[in-house]
Design a protein around this ligand. Structure first.
Ligand code: MG
Length: 219
């Protein structure tokens, strides 16, 4: 991916079977959250799992890189503002996602957004895109974009009515069912039918709890 996005706009619970596997339902409108640009790594770089983060999961996703800035774009025009399609992994600290309630810490850690090489969006029909996720060579997720509750164009349009999407911004369209934990020593790959692939080794990272600060403040 060329350059760093100004933001990463993500959608939660966009596939009914994935929402159900975590005890949720598909929302009435796209459920939007952000990952920080500092979480992005390229294919080949290690995903680092902190020892004190609890369970950390892979989430294979179809990613979009905005080719042009847009604001309040219609669903029918949305694809013309997408510059490229990328394989992406919305790595998630599942236990922290549950305990924190909001998702910044669980989704925002360094290395938690592997992104594959861009494929020109003009050569891609978003309706026929599909993704597969493999861990250590074994397939764990497989789904096609037509299983999404909200299409890529709908997501771009929806997000652009709240915030300007800048050239280079990344949009992650949600993960299908089949998510599962990663451990140091694993190798995780997300591959899209358009040809973008991201594959990353998993390594042990540094603790996220600052030394001497575990537990509520005393005083
Ligand atoms: Mg996700």
């Amino acid at each position: 991916m060329a350059g760093r996005p100004s933001k990463i706009v993500c959608v939660g619970r966009n596939y009914a079977l994935h929402a159900a596997e975590l005890g949720n339902t598909v929302p009435r409108e796209p459920l939007i959250f952000l990952k920080p640009p500092s979480s992005v790594i390229p294919s080949g770089a290690p995903v680092r799992v902190p020892p004190d983060a609890g369970r950390v999961d892979f989430e294979g996703e179809i990613g979009l890189v905005m080719g042009r800035s847009c604001r309040r774009v219609s669903e029918s025009d949305a694809w013309s503002f997408v510059g490229a399609v990328v394989a992406a992994n919305d790595v998630t600290a599942r236990d922290l996602q549950r305990t924190d309630g909001q998702w910044t810490r669980a989704k925002g850690m360094d290395t938690f957004c592997p992104v594959g090489q861009p494929v020109d969006a003009a050569s891609v029909d978003p309706a026929t895109l599909s993704l597969a996720t493999r861990v250590n060579g074994r397939q764990r997720q497989r789904a096609s974009a037509d299983e999404m509750a909200f299409s890529p164009q709908r997501i771009v349009s929806f997000a652009s009515h709240m915030m300007t999407l800048e050239e280079g911004d990344l949009v992650l369209t949600g993960t299908p069912d089949g998510i599962g934990p990663l451990s140091p020593g694993d190798r995780v790959t997300v591959e899209l039918s358009c040809g973008s692939v991201v594959t990353n080794p998993v390594e042990a990272g540094d603790p996220i709890t600052p030394r001497g600060t575990r537990g509520p403040p005393s005083g």
